[in-house]
Design a binder for this molecule. Structure first.
Ligand code: AMP
Ligand code: MG
Length: 431
């Protein structure tokens, strides 16, 4: 099965939509909106001034420079007490409601104060100048934010502008996370015993679940025997999705398939023509979607990114499941045989001319977690590609946690080259 066929299989199986919950706007950051937000009134709600200045009558837009009497003032939040008359003007602040009769606002900087009751207009504003019209941002009835988008800070702010306090978002998928392996150290408070390793996938995959807005059940640790695994899967029955790390390959103690099959598993596929993550398993256990991810930390993390993350987004009703695909030029050649689709951990950066360049993070073995930590993107290399040369254009997808594109030869943005020392911090506080 190719990665594309594997994803299609999962996409078809992911046919539930999680229930909607109505929660306070501020609690919705990162969630998926489940109902169009409609402007109930124009945004902004009334014509208002874009400048601190003076509201002018249309008759006074000619014959400038000229002197005008100040009739009164209107501050932000005040309702104007009178209309503006020819020969007069009303002092107005930014955001204050435009008095009727106004045809332009002249900024303070274009005027000279003659007396406390009069000003001279030095420069002529155009008709309509600095009047911010009601509904210019959004007209009444327009869609402010669309069902299926993720609530980002500006989406949240936009919804607030429309006056909503509680909004309908998707509830979070419950994801049971099971890590298998007798080599995993069970008690992190104790020193690491011989032949044991620290669990990377429990915390690592849990963080990936949280990043996309899921709720983690676990991590639950199972031993490499059928009873332990069966019991752990059984207690995961409240999860929408079960993610199992390890035990899906062909080792003598890889029990995941056997145990799942005993429990009535409907296997949809095992093995994908990809690297890392070749032995990936997927199927249904009743209504629960089960992903068996190979235990090597990079394999499980990349499989999560490529398959589990978009699935969780689909269950939440998201319209956009995948990160954008971009094209970048390889700065080094890569070793690759035909036969498998490769997801290579890469560092993408932009040249001064604006072109995107990418290089692999280094050795790509799937047990090397650092190859993932250093990456800000995945490089997609097609199944049939052989040894892509330097300069070749490749497809990349940014990783969700890539907050900036690293610069060439300078992995950190300027000013953040090293971890600030405590002394440095104290100095900064004193300043
Ligand atoms: P498996 O898929 O169970 O055959 O495991 C493949 C490799 O991944 C082995 O080297 C395991 O020790 C390693 N591995 C499995 N699970 C974890 C984990 N939770 N944390 C770190 N390494 C793991
Ligand atoms: Mg194992």
């Amino acid at each position: 099965m190719t990665p594309e066929e594997a994803f299609q299989e999962i996409y078809t199986a992911a046919d539930i939509l999680l229930p909607v919950e109505q929660i306070p706007l501020l609690a919705t950051l990162g969630r998926i909106l489940r109902k169009d937000i409609i402007a109930q009134a124009p945004i902004p709600p009334f014509d208002n001034s874009g400048m601190d200045g003076f509201a002018l009558h249309g008759d006074d837009l000619a014959g400038i420079p000229k002197d005008l009497r100040i009739q009164g003032e209107v501050a932000a939040g005040q309702v104007p007490v009178s209309e503006v008359f020819p020969g007069g003007c009303i002092r107005i602040m930014t955001g204050a409601q435009i008095p009727s009769g106004t045809e332009a606002v002249v900024p303070v900087e274009w005027t000279t104060e003659i007396t406390p009751q009069s000003i001279r207009i030095d420069q002529r504003p155009k008709k309509g100048a600095y009047i911010r019209k009601a509904g210019k941002d959004m007209e009444q009835g327009m869609i402010v934010a669309k069902c299926g988008i993720q609530i980002t800070p500006p989406v949240l702010g936009m919804i607030a502008t429309a006056g909503y306090e509680n909004i309908e978002v998707s509830s979070s998928p419950r994801v049971a996370l099971i890590v298998t392996g007798n080599e995993l150290h069970r008690n992190p408070a104790e020193p690491l015993p011989p032949a044991k390793i620290h669990d990377a996938n429990g915390p690592g995959l849990a963080a990936q679940i949280l990043e996309v807005g899921g709720e983690v059940i676990g991590p639950l640790m199972a031993r490499d025997n059928a009873e332990s695994l069966r019991e752990t899967i059984r207690i995961s029955d409240q999860a929408h999705v079960i993610v199992i790390s390890g035990g899906v390959s062909v080792g003598k103690y890889d029990y995941v398939k056997e145990v799942l099959n005993e429990m009535g598993f409907d296997q949809r596929f095992w093995r994908v023509r990809q690297r890392p993550g070749g032995p990936m398993l997927f199927g249904m256990l009743g209504a629960q979607m089960v992903f068996g991810l190979p235990g090597n930390p990079v394999s499980s993390a990349v499989c999560f990114q490529q398959y589990v993350r978009p699935t969780l987004l689909k269950l939440m009703g998201a319209i956009k499941l995948h990160p954008p695909k971009m094209i970048a030029k390889l700065t080094t050649s890569m070793k690759k045989q035909a036969g498998l689709y490769h997801y290579v951990r890469g560092v993408v950066y932009q040249s001064e001319e604006g072109d995107l360049f990418v290089r692999p993070t280094g050795p790509q073995a799937s047990n090397l977690y650092s190859s993932l930590q250093l990456a800000n993107c995945l490089i997609h290399v097609e199944e049939e590609a052989v040894n892509p040369p330097q300069g070749k254009k490749v497809t990349i997808t940014p990783l969700p946690w890539a907050t900036f594109f690293k610069e060439k030869g300078n992995p950190a943005p300027k000013g953040f080259q090293s971890c600030p020392s405590s002394l440095g911090n104290e100095d900064a506080l004193r300043q």
